[in-house]
Design a binder for this molecule. Structure first.
Ligand code: HEC
Length: 112
């Protein structure tokens, strides 16, 4: 009676391991995908135009709003660039000056 159980265990164990592995892979991939697009993870509170866009349509909408705001501010004599405030355009990690400069950007753009 012991042998069939042992046999079953040798079947189930590799199965469990490979299942766990593929779940980990899927979760990892989903993580990468949401970092590249999808939800915002910086402008997640407050009521700035960017935060409102994030709440509505995630990073895609946030990018649109930031582009509009920058274009309007630069048309009013500003010299803003995405990289002036963001380390890169994938994570959008903020530079040290970003939060202070955002106030100037928003004021220069005239956006509310
Ligand atoms: C003057 C500084 C400044 C400039 C220029 C700027 N940003 Fe931003 N950006 C910020 C700040 C600050 C936030 C966070 C806003 C908040 O918390 O409400 C932000 C947030 C974002 C977010 C949301 C990210 C997240 O995950 O929450 C995106 C996307 C973004 N910016 C894209 C851009 C793009 C694209 C450009 C160029 C067209 C740009 N930004 C130009 C300062 C700037």
């Amino acid at each position: 009676m012991k042998r069939p159980v042992a046999k079953l265990a040798t079947l189930i164990l590799p199965l469990t391991i490979s299942l766990t592995l593929s779940l980990t892979l899927i979760a990892g991939y989903a993580g990468v995908a949401s970092a590249a697009s999808g939800k915002c993870n910086i402008a997640v509170k407050g009521a700035s135009p960017t935060a409102r866009a994030c709440a509505k349509g995630g990073r895609d909408d946030a990018k649109k709003v930031m582009k509009q705001m920058m274009a309007a501010a630069n048309a009013n004599g500003g010299k803003f660039s995405c990289e002036g405030c963001h380390n890169d355009l994938e994570t959008f990690a903020l530079r040290a000056n970003a939060v202070e400069d955002y106030k100037k950007l928003q004021a220069a753009s005239g956006m509310k």
